[in-house]
Ligand binder design. Structure first.
Ligand code: NAD
Ligand code: UDP
Length: 332
């Protein structure tokens, strides 16, 4: 089996590449390192079952040879990233998804779109089942991500219905773990980095807004099960374990034994109030549910960031300029 993973050098993508190789796939990782560090896949560079292609998939996606599965993950994912890269985000969600679907159609490959809980916007129904159509501001700052993903979902369903592609959609809820970028701006890397550096932990608003947190290994298992199933979805993948951001900050502070204080900063526009997946469909269709306790996942993630801190990678809250990272050699 041969799989293409777009965005394969990213946080989730790099774990997926590793797992696919473990499952005896040959993996083609396609990435332009827009929001990731090549270090994420440097350890795979010498594996004969891994090939890295440095490409912007918004410009096209041509992969020679047979392909059995396309996992389409390429897209900025952190709000800080997609707000600074709005056009790139819209382009990869539209043209990039189109190219990835065309590749799947041309190769007769299965296709999986990594969509998002942001498809529900700031939801009025809680928890969110797949049948909920969402509450998205189509012209707000987050729309560059939300609407790009919703367009990607529509495109995926059109290829499934009209082009006979075995295409499917998962809606991923907040996922965390090692290899998140220390400076990606999301709550977990921010809180851990601030706690480890002894800086104030920045919670937005009054911290009462919630998210539900899934450890990356559990998510990867869900992606593989969905890819192997005959269902088109969409299927929610996430952990129903819901916490407020203030509770999360206090939890991380305790686990890191931080001396940092918690400071309240302004809430971004259109920041969703509550988010929790209804995972009945994933349980029934895929036999999937998260098994990693959130606290264990947080401890593993803290250990990862602590190592980064010791090696100096994010000592000042910044990894390194993304564009300056050396790109591992591509095997052809
Ligand atoms: P990430 O930013 O770490 O990874 C995204 C990867 O896509 C990066 O390696 C980036 O360089 C690459 N990329 C972006 N534009 C590209 C382009 N035009 N051509 C080639 N590569 C490109 O983010 P992540 O958290 O690993 O998210 C991966 C996917 O999962 C995204 O599609 C995201 O929308 C989805 N998702 C993630 C979460 C989460 O909590 N992490 C939640 C919902 C959905
Ligand atoms: N957040 C926070 N402090 C930070 C970064 C984020 O309190 O330093 C909040 C953010 O406003 C949101 C929640 O944490 O309410 C989750 O944000 P994140 O960017 O991790 O993910 P998303 O909004 O995409 O769910």
């Amino acid at each position: 089996m041969r799989a293409v993973v777009t965005g394969g050098a990213g946080f989730i993508g790099s774990h997926l590449c590793e797992r696919l190789i473990h499952e005896n796939y040959d993996v083609v990782c396609v990435d332009n390192f827009l929001t990731s560090d090549p270090d994420n896949v440097a350890h795979l560079a010498d594996d004969p079952h891994f090939r890295l292609m440095h490409r912007d998939i918004s410009q096209g996606l041509d992969v020679p040879g047979p392909v059995d599965a396309v996992f389409h993950l390429a897209s900025p994912a952190s709000p800080a990233d997609y707000l600074r890269l709005p056009l790139e985000t819209l382009r990869v969600g539209s043209a990039g998804t189109w190219h990835a679907l065309d590749l799947a159609a041309a190769k007769g490959a299965r296709f999986l779109l990594s969509s998002t809980s942001e498809s529900y916007g700031d939801p009025l129904i809680h928890p969110q089942p797949e049948s909920y159509w969402g509450h998205v501001n189509p012209v707000g700052p987050r729309s560059v991500y939300d609407e790009a993903k919703r367009f990607g979902e529509a495109l995926t369903m059109a290829y499934r219905r009209n082009r006979g592609v075995d295409a499917k959609i998962v809606r991923i809820f907040n996922t965390f773990g090692p290899r998140m970028r220390a400076d990606d701006g999301r709550a977990i890397p921010n809180f851990i980095g601030q706690a480890l550096r002894g800086e104030p932990i920045t919670v937005t608003g009054d911290g009462s807004q919630t998210r539900s947190l899934c450890y990356v290994d559990d998510l990867i298992e869900g992606l593989l099960r969905m890819q192997a199933s005959d269902h088109g979805g969409p299927v929610n993948l996430g952990n129903p374990h819901e916490v407020s951001m203030l509770e999360l900050a206090q939890w991380i502070s305790k686990l890191t034994r931080a001396t940092s204080e918690i400071t309240l900063i302004p809430r971004p526009d259109d920041d969703p109030e509550r988010r929790r997946p209804d995972i009945t469909v994933a349980r029934e269709l895929l036999g999937w549910e998260p098994v990693t306790p959130v606290e264990q996942g947080l401890c593993d993630t803290i250990t990862y960031f602590r190592r980064q801190l010791v090696s100096g990678d994010f000592a000042e809250g910044r990894h390194r300029p993304l564009s300056s990272s050396p790109i591992p050699q591509t095997r052809s």
